[in-house]
Ligand binder design. Structure first.
Ligand code: R5P
Length: 311
């Protein structure tokens, strides 16, 4: 791993340090500051010429600030002549804007992909993209990891009774099916309607949940509306217990109100999104994906299989 260099922006230094610990490598010294008018100023303070760079920066809130910092650091790295430049994006913000679902709207997930490549990204390592098809927005290699092994290993220890894995909308059915297989559980699906960013309604529940311990799985928790509605429907249909397991704990807007008023007994997320102070959300468990990302970085650098990490 001598020729491999880890660089981190400010978006999730805590995760980057854990990845560095796993790989037993220091993070490169980099000076990141802001000019008085808010512009990002960056200098990499060591020679990275000819190195295999892994630059870790999720585009989590504050999204635009972290995205701009990512682009500026990328430009600094590529101008320092590395051998290869992989951007590690544990959480890909703007991923939900991945299609024209109304007239005259942007496809911002594609715009962000274009910006990353224009700024110098040669390879992407991402985790639980909102839609796997986002990989196709890039014409460079994308390794797409899933947090499922980390989340299901934790869930297995809970010895759930009569477990059912629940997809809170049609978009998460494939993930839910994979969880159900790992947990030896049945599957249920909530038919969700969204009227606005914070307004969600569970219209139908497909599948049997009566007397079951239900695990809702999703890629992310934003306002918590999706989870709260799914939990309400599950309880109304007789689920004994409701747990949520989601990769990205964004926790924005009214998430505190939605989740404290919900009937969810435990909310499990990973550390892809950093919070200055722990989110004020009841019964929160945060699991680290640092070893999974660290192992993927090692395998990409050593050019061995990454897909075997999915098993
Ligand atoms: C939507 O398709 C996603 O998979 C999540 O269900 C959604 O983004 C969660 O958002 P919120 O927590 O605001 O309901």
């Amino acid at each position: 791993m001598n020729n491999c260099v880890l660089v981190s922006g400010n978006a999730n230094l805590s995760l980057a340090k854990k990845i560095a610990d796993y790989l037993n490598k220091p993070l490169a010294t980099i000076n990141i500051s802001r000019f008085f008018d808010g512009e990002v100023s960056v200098q990499i303070e060591e020679n990275i010429r000819g190195k295999d760079i892994f630059f870790i920066q999720p585009t989590s809130p504050p999204v635009n600030e972290n995205l701009m910092e990512l682009l500026v650091i990328l430009d600094a790295i590529r101008r320092a002549s590395p051998k290869r430049l992989t951007v590690v994006i544990p959480y890909y913000g703007y991923a939900r804007q991945d299609r024209k679902d109304r007239p005259r709207v942007p496809i911002t997930a594609k715009l962000v992909a274009n910006l990353l490549v224009a700024a110098g990204a040669q390879r992407i390592l991402a985790m639980d993209l909102h839609a796997p098809q986002i990989q196709g927005f890039f014409d460079i290699p994308v390794d797409h990891l899933f947090a499922a092994p980390v989340l299901t290993n934790y869930l297995k220890q809970k010895k759930l009774n009569n477990p059912v894995v629940v997809s809170p909308d049609v978009g998460s059915v494939k993930t839910a099916r994979a969880f159900a297989k790992r947990l030896n559980a049945t599957l249920a699906i909530v038919d969700k309607r969204r009227d606005g960013p914070a307004s969600v309604e569970a219209v139908h529940l497909i599948g049997a949940v009566k007397g079951c311990d239900a695990v809702i799985v999703d890629d992310m928790i934003s306002t918590g509306g999706t989870l709260a509605e799914a939990a309400k429907a599950l309880k109304e249909h007789g689920a004994s217990l409701v747990i949520a397991a989601c990769t990205h704990g964004v926790f924005s807007g009214p998430s505190f109100d939605h989740l404290t008023q919900s009937q969810i007994s435990e909310i499990i997320v990973t550390d892809t999104v950093f919070h200055q102070s722990p989110p004020a959300v009841p019964s929160l468990t945060v699991l680290s994906v640092s070893e999974l990302l660290g192992e993927a970085i090692k395998r990409i650098h050593l050019e061995t299989s990454v897909s075997s990490l999915f098993l």
